[in-house]
Write a protein that binds this ligand. Structure first.
Ligand code: FES
Ligand SMILES: [Fe+2]
Length: 341
């Protein structure tokens, strides 16, 4: 699926950057092939606009936030407010603004510590992540990094427990137990919820993560898929009662690149397991996923339906993701666009 060729994908919210990334001025971000500038107003609200000044085409991401709280172009200082309207031309002593002097602005909101953007009118609000702000949970920003693959491949991977024994065999995967338990699916208005229990290796290095000292322990997973490219990894360790809930947005940059945005909620304390240890732990696991996902074809259609028929039930999540995505396209009069192979 070529994400830049599917207009309905422009009607969803995506997490782009942590709000703190805007503390020192405007930043560029390409979303679905569209070059944006993000900046933060003095009251802390984020703004997303086309990254192109309407005077002489300089990128506004090279500019700065003015004393009046507008974005100022770094070339000749034209200023734009949060609606994209040009409100100041320093070279013009009369203060007059030519009609039509404006830059396109996009839907932009701060949520969960990130700046979220929808390019066209969103079909749904930003998903509700109930752990955020809930008693007993701490939120840990883990990372955002650019990957050379497609968000569809990342979503398939997120619900594919049959890769643990191979991709993560040096970590928690059990190499000699390659058959994962099947998921229980519940389809929802945002996508689906899928629940299962997975035995994992628990070497000493992971004792603080799992809260258990048993050599083999269990993950009780209540994972969620949010159309089109976000997911919850809802991991609970029954031995200890620790929750390790990861949210990811595989934010599409263009056809073949995405920004993997990842953060975590834990119901334990800094004394039990430090923020840095939790960042390092999941960064190592995610690096294993990245290496294999960047080795896949970002665009090819994988015939999961046929494989499920051929008794590969572990491919069912990929099948459901694909069916829901294709249903979304169809409901908006689109069909899937591929590179020709
Ligand atoms: S190009 Fe932006 S002010 Fe001239
Ligand atoms: Fe993985």
């Amino acid at each position: 699926m070529l994400v830049t060729k599917q207009p309905v994908l422009r009607r969803f919210w995506y997490a782009l950057l942590p709000m703190t990334a805007l503390d020192d001025g405007p930043k560029p971000f390409t979303l679905l092939g569209e070059a944006l500038v993000l900046w933060k107003r003095p009251d802390g609200t984020p703004v997303a606009m086309r990254d192109r000044c309407c005077h002489r085409t300089a990128k506004l991401s090279k500019g700065f936030v003015s004393e009046d709280g507008n974005i100022a172009c770094g070339y000749h200082g034209w200023e734009y407010d949060c609606s994209g309207t040009c409100v100041k031309i320093p070279q013009n002593p009369s203060g007059a603004i030519p009609p039509g002097a404006a830059v396109k602005a996009y839907h932009c909101q701060a949520r969960y510590g990130y700046a979220w953007v929808a390019l066209d009118d969103p079909l749904q609000p930003i998903p509700d992540f109930p752990e955020d702000g809930a008693a007993g949970y701490r939120r840990i920003f883990q990372f955002y990094e650019e990957w050379q693959t497609s968000p569809l491949r990342v979503m398939e991977n997120s619900f594919d427990n049959s890769h643990f024994s191979f991709v993560h065999k040096a970590n928690f995967g059990l190499f000699d137990q390659p058959q994962p338990a099947s998921y229980e699916f519940r389809e929802t208005d945002y996508g689906f919820e899928a629940e299962t229990r997975v035995p994992i290796r628990n070497p000493e290095a992971s004792f603080r993560i799992t809260g258990s000292t048993a050599p083999i322990t269990e993950r009780h997973l209540v994972n969620r898929y949010y159309l089109p490219f976000s997911r919850r990894f809802g991991c609970m360790y029954p031995d200890s009662g620790i929750h390790h809930i990861i949210y990811n947005c595989a934010t599409p940059i263009d056809d073949g690149r995405l920004m993997l945005v990842q953060w975590l909620y834990r119901n334990d304390s800094e004394e039990h397991c430090s923020t840095q240890a939790l960042i390092d732990w999941d960064a190592a696991i995610t690096a294993e996923d990245r290496e294999i996902l960047e080795a896949t074809d970002p665009d090819a259609c994988v015939d999961t339906r046929r494989r499920v028929e051929l008794h590969m039930p572990s491919d069912k999540p990929g099948l459901v993701i694909r069916r829901q995505l294709l249903g979304l396209l169809e409901a908006h009069g689109e069909s899937e666009v591929f590179h020709s192979h």
